[in-house]
Design a protein around this ligand. Structure first.
Ligand code: ARG
Length: 466
């Protein structure tokens, strides 16, 4: 049945038809569209709106299509979209009575329903991917509770920490990425079907029933809102863009840490490339591509925000142009998540280098100042000043952190505050030992192995019912 034959004399030009067609990306909602038609038709039958014979004929044809797959459809751009292609298919099989399927339904509520059905599945896949990633990070952390490394601020050595503590910072960010998707899911999981074009219908349809048949938790209460809104997409893509940022930042660290200068870790060969001219090269290409691809999710988000921002309520064809950006975002997020997960799991951390960097560059200075506060009741600012001078003098004299003695501290404190501190040598040594410093950070969230262990346990408990 040609949709245009009633209202128009002629066809669209083939350029205009291809230009406005959504068939290129409608394959993503093919399965959902059949489900939507099945539920709607069954409801029409149950409510006595169409005859059981017609309904059953339609349902049978739709089930055959479900089995035959997308190839069974005629996907000519003049067909406009998948909804018309499905209807045409049913018409080819059972004749004109296929048209009853469209009673009390518009493509406007249908496309919104299809998108929500398909998106729910995508979100669940990504959420599952996040949980397995977090699980693997937790395992990795468990094996690195005392693996030292230096923590940075401004990319300058700051304080000693452990690889486990650093890894768990990733898992916390990923947990929030999960929770954002979980939350967005609740608002995707609302059924627009029955809104019809915009104001529902005078047929006594049962919206609760179709929502239930399609596995939605509730219906969208306002029919105009049901066909107008795409914020469920915007919100999901915003969550994915943030996930992209988490993944991109992990990649950034893997890239710089695998450089010769850092030498902190090696990425598995399976996730590295070499150079066509420099035979020695091991390049972190997967991490670099992931870093760039994560950016494109931000681009999809900005496009979606911009397409929707000035639209009047109700269905506008502009909304169709949101859809490909949604699928690009979900595909990129899903694939990037998987690759970054695999790549991080392939990493070999260089424990020797980690310990060497943690001990090299006065990352224990804060603890030394804390020691003065604790032992000598100096105000922290005074201790800060003394230790600052200790470090600058040690640098001038070429002393390593582990060569600083209690006597050296006294010389400096005499200069700065006119008094010797007389702190026991053992205490000074301990404050300057990166592993001891890490062990002493027993505050919740800190890098002390027992605290990291607690954090691991909390994450495991959280994951139990995921
Ligand atoms: N292809 C359309 C889309 O993706 C389906 C809805 C068409 N509705 C309409 N009134 N032309 O949004």
């Amino acid at each position: 049945m040609n949709l245009r034959s009633g209202r128009f004399k002629g066809r669209m030009t083939s350029d205009a038809a291809s230009y406005t067609s959504s068939l290129e990306f409608d394959h993503r909602i093919f399965g959902a569209d059949i489900k939507c038609n099945l539920a709607h038709t069954l409801m029409l039958q149950e409510e006595g709106i169409i005859s059981p014979e017609d309904a059953q004929a339609i349902i049978k044809a739709l089930k055959t299509l479900e089995e035959d797959g997308l190839e069974a459809l005629e996907l000519d751009p003049s067909v406009e979209d998948i909804h018309m292609a499905v209807e045409n298919y049913v018409t080819r099989r059972i004749g004109e009575k296929a048209g009853f399927m469209h009673t009390a339904k518009s493509r406007n509520d249908q496309v919104a329903t299809d998108l929500r059905i398909a998106l729910k599945e995508e979100i669940l896949v990504i959420m599952e991917g996040l949980v397995t990633f977090i699980q693997d990070i937790v395992e990795m952390a468990q094996g690195n509770l005392e693996t030292l490394m230096v923590g940075y601020t401004h990319l300058q050595h700051a304080q000693p920490t452990t690889f486990a503590h650093h890894l768990l910072s990733y898992s916390q960010a990923l947990k929030r990425d999960y929770q954002r998707l979980e939350d967005a899911y609740k608002r995707v999981d609302l059924c627009p079907l029955g809104a019809a074009a915009l104001t529902t219908t005078s047929f006594p349809i049962n919206r609760e029933r179709t929502a239930q048949l399609l596995g939605f938790s509730q219906i969208l209460e306002n029919s105009l809102d049901a066909v107008s809104s795409r914020d469920f997409i915007t919100e999901t893509v915003a969550a994915l863009a943030l996930l992209g940022i988490t993944l991109s930042r992990i990649c950034e660290e893997l890239i710089i840490w695998s450089s010769y200068e850092f030498g902190l870790l090696e990425i598995g060969d399976e996730y590295s490339s070499t150079s066509s001219i420099m035979p020695q090269k091991k390049n972190p290409d997967v991490a670099e591509v992931a870093r760039a691809k994560a950016t494109s999710i931000q681009g999809e988000l900005v496009t979606i925000l911009s397409v929707t921002k000035a639209l009047p309520q109700s269905y506008n064809r502009d909304l169709q142009e949101v859809t490909p950006h949604l699928w690009k975002a979900t595909d990129t997020a899903r694939d990037t998540l998987q690759l970054v997960h695999e790549m991080l799991s392939s990493v070999k951390f260089n424990q020797k280098r980690g310990a060497e960097l943690a001990a090299a560059n006065f990352s224990t200075a804060t603890e030394l100042a804390d020691l003065m506060v604790r032992e000598k009741q100096l105000p922290f600012r005074v201790a800060h000043q003394i230790v600052g001078r200790v470090v600058s003098t040690a640098l001038e004299e070429g002393l390593r952190p582990d060569e600083i003695t209690s006597h050296f501290l006294d010389q400096i404190s005499l200069e700065v505050i006119g008094e010797a501190l007389d702190i026991g040598e053992e205490l000074v040594e301990k404050a300057l030992n990166p592993l001891e410093v890490v062990r002493s950070r027993e505050v919740p969230g800190g890098p002390a192995p027992i605290m990291v262990q607690e954090c691991i346990q909390n994450l495991k408990n959280w994951m139990k019912n995921k």
